[in-house]
Design a protein around this ligand. Structure first.
Ligand SMILES: Cc1ncc(COP(=O)(O)O)c(C=O)c1O
Length: 384
């Protein structure tokens, strides 16, 4: 028996986008959550040097692990021994390893719906039971302590993400503390996906380690550090799971690329450039937030971080995939359908990624306005 995994529908949108671009169409890529800026300049310079001087074997950078530990001390006031950090090829393998550390087949893993597509699919791939918790506007589309109390039986683990994909919402510090408390009381392991940390627009997104030192934390260089293709990330584990985590990395993935580890270390010291990218995301977010009401999109999650806007288009469609494909064909703007993030209600949501340049966001808005104005309202829809 093999596990059944859903495809990532945004890939189908992107494939069409590239086909249209091949036919000469001018495409704006807002379907994937990836910075278009590339690695910081000094990180690229370091990579050039590695190519010229380093034979690049299997290798794990102790300096990078120490730098990550220092990062937690400086940003969260938390002491993390570098031996608890495993360097990975991005957040994706870190997530697989974290899940495989909290239980075996049949383990129950809770997470918010809507949520990142891989939570459901990774749980399934490991023959675990995904427990999708419907989360609406009232809780900022985030799982909260009350929802965890209500789960019977208690899940073995919960995955939280703050800021989240697809909504960009943040779990406030007091709620994070309540979640940690409930998880302690009920014996629920916390896996915190902190990949969007550093990209926030209204207040910080504290690390779970500030309130739950024994949580597993997944992070990566793909978002804030603008290095998605370098395939570099990390997993922080509690002390009792550190050996098991290292064994998993060694057997399943060996090491991340040497060139990425050396460039990643330098990227930690490129704050000015990276904060410039965050300032661009903030401008893009403001432009979209100002424009969306004119498009008739009034039900959106407050994007406090990351680079996404998750919008309800239920007054226009009940088939977000067909809607995304039509929008792309007609306007050249590629977006992600909500069904990637929510198998139940995602048919009436779309996600914009605004990790593109500001002129592209302006151009997208210019194209979207007449297109949305021309869309007929669904007969059954409420007026928004
Ligand atoms: C919430 C979340 N977690 C994890 C990942 C995986 O990131 P990577 O493997 O590139 O580090 C992504 C990628 O978009 C994401 O949005």
């Amino acid at each position: 028996m093999i596990a059944q995994l859903d495809p990532f529908h945004a890939i189908a949108v992107s494939t069409l986008a590239h086909r249209l671009a091949g036919q000469g169409r001018d495409i704006i890529h807002m379907e994937f959550g990836q910075p278009s800026t590339g690695a910081p300049a000094k990180a690229i310079a370091a990579a050039h040097e590695v190519l010229d001087t380093d034979p690049m074997g299997y290798w794990e950078s102790q300096a990078l692990k120490a730098r990550i530990a220092r990062h937690y001390l400086e940003t969260a006031g938390v002491t993390v021994d570098p031996s608890r950090i495993v360097l990975t090829c991005g957040a994706s393998p870190a997530l697989v390893m974290a899940l495989s550390l909290i239980g075996g087949p049949g383990a129950r893993v809770a997470f918010a719906r809507p949520g990142y597509v891989a939570y459901r699919n990774n749980a399934r791939a490991l023959f675990m039971e995904p427990v999708e918790v419907p989360c609406g506007e009232a809780s900022g589309y985030q799982i909260d302590a009350a929802a965890l109390v209500a789960l019977e039986p208690a899940p073995d683990a919960v995955i939280i993400a703050s800021p989240a994909n697809p909504t960009g919402t943040i779990i406030p510090a007091d709620e994070l503390a309540r979640i940690a408390q409930v998880c302690r009381e009920r014996g629920i392991r916390i896996i915190s996906d902190e990949i969007y940390q550093g990209i926030t627009f209204s207040g910080d997104a504290p690390s779970i380690l500030t309130v739950a030192p024994d949580a597993l934390v997944v992070n990566s260089f793909s978002k804030y550090f603008s290095m998605p293709g370098w395939r570099l990330g990390w997993l922080v584990t509690p002390e009792d799971l550190a050996d098991a985590a290292r064994a998993r990395m060694g057997n399943l993935f060996l090491t991340p690329p040497v060139i990425s580890q050396k460039a990643g270390l330098v990227a930690f010291d490129c704050r000015e450039e990276l904060e410039g990218y965050v300032a661009t995301y903030a401008r893009n977010r403001d432009l979209l937030l100002a424009a969306l009401p004119d498009l008739g999109l009034k039900r959106i999650a407050p994007p406090d971080g990351a680079f996404y806007i998750y919008a309800d288009v239920g007054h226009l469609t009940q088939d977000s995939m067909a809607f995304a494909l039509r929008l792309l064909e007609d306007t050249g703007v590629a977006i992600a359908p909500g069904i990637d993030f929510d198998p139940v209600e995602g048919n009436r949501f779309i996600r914009f990624s605004f990790a593109v340049s500001t002129p592209l966001v302006e151009e997208a808005i210019r194209r979207l306005k007449p297109w949305f104005a021309a869309q007929p309202l669904l007969e059954t829809s409420e007026t928004v």
